[in-house]
Ligand binder design. Structure first.
Ligand code: NAG
Ligand code: NAG
Ligand code: NAG
Ligand code: NAG
Ligand code: NAG
Ligand code: NAG
Ligand code: NAG
Length: 313
């Protein structure tokens, strides 16, 4: 089954600290309890958001059917029942990882560019955990590696070299000013604001993996932002960050396909041994995205991933 429960993710570590793979701080019992409470208290609001998503899902399916794709809509996708009514609680004090690169994040709804891989439509809803109201006009910022583990703007870095070795070879140390970028490509990076229902969509491909990390997508929510004259985004300090994971059986199935399968230089790190997954999972939440096959049957032809992010706006 690919239908795992809805993501609830939360990470700890000061925003200014760039965490390297393998680094994480355990959550206190108090923090776990607080987040569990936050994720449950907006259940009603999340359920009504999910009802709207169900309607939109129908529209998307008819769109996909009209589009000139090889995807043939065969069966009705099981949907509403699998999308859980709790939220992924994001907090400001989180790790962004070393591959954050705001300069290459652009405003768009399709960030796949020319990257090969299984199509993935991210359907993200954002709730204010204080009021349980959907947040309109907040910017959802997403980035992840390509099918063989490389990030845009960091293309010259070897995705198979353990992070400590990579830093050593570059004569760099972890710190707030760590800058490993090697270019300005933008693939698999994108941002889009939420609509009146607090929802946004992004087309991408299913991510691959790099050394020491399970398959994941980085997500941030900017609650106050404007587009600058030069096209870059200017946002305030209120930023929430998390990482989104996928069920192991789904990852296994997708990684068996090309071009993912060509990545044989390293073994894939599973969720079970990923430090950031475990810190999110320890928080009492399931940090795994809910997945529905686009055609209702076969995820390898494309899928929709659902996620409700809870932020304290
Ligand atoms: C649909 O795709 C096929 C195969 O790629 C192509 O031959 C055909 O011209 C396309 N039709 C339209 C209407 O775009
Ligand atoms: C979410 O809430 C709706 C409406 O209350 C309910 O019908 C649905 O079964 C709930 N879904 C889950 C997974 O609990
Ligand atoms: C991923 O990006 C790297 C760096 O640009 C590139 O060499 C590689 O071919 C890409 N992977 C795929 C599957 O295209
Ligand atoms: C490494 O970086 C430090 C600090 O920037 C510098 O002093 C040192 O010379 C560098 N070493 C090499 C081998 O480049
Ligand atoms: C990206 O970098 C290349 C090489 O330095 C440069 O020619 C190009 O103008 C840059 N593109 C953007 C959008 O900054
Ligand atoms: C765009 O403008 C912002 C300030 O408005 C500035 O900080 C940033 O460096 C500029 N970026 C480029 C690529 O010019
Ligand atoms: C992957 O794991 C297998 C089984 O533990 C091991 O035999 C193999 O050497 C590993 N491959 C790489 C590239 O590390």
């Amino acid at each position: 089954m690919y239908f795992s429960s809805l993501l609830i993710s939360a990470l700890l570590a000061p925003l200014s600290v760039v965490a390297h793979p393998g680094h994480h701080e355990a959550l206190s019992y108090k923090e776990i309890t607080r987040r569990a409470g936050l994720s449950k208290r907006c259940e009603g609001a999340a359920a009504s958001m999910n009802a709207k998503r169900w309607l939109r899902h129908q529209e998307r399916r008819s769109l996909a059917a009209r589009a000139n794709t090889t995807v043939v809509i065969t069966t009705e996708a099981p949907y509403y029942d699998v999308i859980q009514n709790d939220t992924c609680v994001l907090t400001p004090e989180v790790t962004t990882g070393p591959y954050i690169w705001p300069q290459s994040q652009t405003l768009r709804q399709d960030m796949a560019e020319d990257q090969p891989g299984v199509p993935l439509y991210l359907d993200i809803g954002v709730l204010d955990t204080n009021t349980c109201e959907p947040l309109e006009g907040v910017l959802v910022d997403l980035w992840h590696c390509n099918a063989t583990g490389s990030y845009s703007s960091f293309e010259a870095l070897d995705p198979n070299t353990p992070f400590a070795e990579l830093l050593e070879s570059l004569n760099k140390t972890i710190g707030p000013d760590l800058d490993l970028h090697t270019g300005n490509s933008t693939f698999l990076r994108g941002m889009w604001p939420t609509d009146a229902n607090g929802m946004m969509e992004m087309k991408t491909i299913f991510p691959g993996f790099y050394v020491q990390r399970a398959i994941h997508i980085h997500a941030q929510v900017h609650t106050n932002w404007v587009v600058g004259i030069n096209g870059t985004i200017v946002s305030d300090e209120t930023i929430s960050t998390g990482q989104i994971f996928f069920a192991e059986d789904l990852s296994e199935q997708i990684m068996a396909l090309e071009p993912y399968a060509s990545h044989t230089q390293i073994n894939r790190t599973t969720n079970a041994v990923d430090s950031i997954y475990s810190s999110e999972d320890t928080a009492g939440f399931d940090p795994v995205m809910a997945i529905v096959p686009l055609d209702g049957e076969d995820v390898t032809k494309g899928m929709v991933g659902y996620l409700t992010l809870g932020v304290a706006a």
